[in-house]
Design a protein around this ligand. Structure first.
Ligand SMILES: C[S@@+](CC[C@H](N)C(=O)[O-])C[C@H]1O[C@@H](n2cnc3c(N)ncnc32)[C@H](O)[C@@H]1O
Length: 330
């Protein structure tokens, strides 16, 4: 084979890998839906294929398919294999750092994020991205699902539950850091978590700082029927209209879901909601910052994927430090 042919075949393999990248994410979703990370974790030791099939309640006639699913997931690094001796030497599966954060009993379990982000309503809009680029007025999400993202959620209870469960699991990760952020919360008497979903992060904060009165502010259909507990309460409303007053406003992964003009409007509403004199009066933003120079390649890739996700689903964007500065100075 000449050099050009070798290069073409290599390029073909790489291209096919990218074309079929969804196989990796959809196989992962399948593993989560089957409960594979939990089954391996609960087994307490490396689990063989037949033990896994039995633990999952899968019909033994499907064992060879389970083997193929596990093979691609091991190849992707979600699980790994080791040898065990059960009369004869066999291959057995173990969790890797990737799948350890998919185990349900772990506080930082991201399984709901896998299922929510890969549900049909989130996947279908990608089919309409090029149409939108070429001039279709409606966003890809609206073309695919009939309504803009936040309106659609009010009309599809299954999607709403999947999405907010995904957000809940992402916010649970904050458990790992909130207690170390005393300097952020000290001196504050009240805090409003704007776009706070069903209150996971506000609950973490309210438990870590019991003196702080925490309010979760989100769309009325999101917070309807969520009960006040201790120093945590819920208020429904529209962040473009009015944000309840507090010493501090928190927004986690809210501004990235909106374009620059909308963000400026939201930040102005935040300004109106906080005191303008003294120590208090701050807006705490937890969001993505693209930093191609500083971040590892994989982290940048994840952030750029989020950027595309925001474009396709909600007309938002991820921002560099300079982009954020421009917003704050506007
Ligand atoms: C990407 S989610 C982030 C949720 C949460 N902060 C978290 O990180 O888990 C954005 C949130 O903003 C809320 N939201 C969107 N538009 C809103 C509006 N106009 N007024 C109030 N909340 C809104 C959504 O319901 C959703 O809970």
């Amino acid at each position: 084979m000449d050099q050009e042919a070798i290069e073409s075949f290599r390029a073909q393999a790489r291209l096919y890998k990218h074309i079929f990248n969804y196989v990796s994410s959809m196989s992962l979703k399948c593993a989560v839906q089957l409960g594979i990370p939990d089954a391996i974790h609960n087994h307490g030791e490396p689990i063989t294929l037949s033990e896994l099939v039995s633990a999952l309640g899968i019909d033994p006639t499907k064992a060879s398919f389970t083997y193929r699913l596990m093979r691609v997931l091991v190849h992707a690094g979600f699980f790994s294999t080791t040898k065990v001796n059960k009369g004869e030497e066999k291959e057995a599966y173990v969790l890797t750092p990737f799948s350890k954060i998919l185990v349900k009993e772990k506080i930082n379990c991201l399984s709901p994020f896998v299922v929510g982000m890969l549900c049909p309503a989130m996947m279908m809009p990608w089919q309409f991205l090029s149409d939108w680029m070429q001039g279709t007025k409606k966003s890809p999400f609206e073309t695919a699902n009939g309504k803009p993202f936040w309106d659609y959620m009010d009309h599809d209870p299954v999607f709403k539950a999947l999405f907010h469960d995904a957000m809940r699991s992402d916010s649970q990760m904050m458990n790992l850091v909130v207690k170390d952020c005393e300097q952020v919360f000290e001196g504050l008497n009240s805090l409003v978590d704007v776009g706070g979903s069903t209150g996971t992060i506000a609950r973490v904060i309210s438990e870590a700082y019991p003196q702080l009165k925490c309010t979760v502010f989100d769309l009325p259909h999101v917070v309807a029927n969520l009960p006040t507990t201790g120093n945590l309460n819920f208020v429904g409303g529209d962040l473009f209209q009015h944000i309840p007053s507090a010493d501090a406003i928190l927004m986690k992964l809210v501004l990235h879901a909106f374009g620059d003009e909308e963000c400026i409007k939201i930040l102005k509403k935040c300004r109106e909601a906080i005191p303008t004199q003294g120590e208090k009066g701050k807006v705490i933003i937890i969001d993505i910052v693209i930093n191609v120079e500083k971040d590892e390649h994989e982290l940048t890739e994840a952030k750029l994927f989020f950027d595309m996700l925001m474009m396709v689903e909600v007309s938002g964007r991820e921002r560099t430090e300079q982009d954020w500065q421009k917003l704050f100075m506007a």
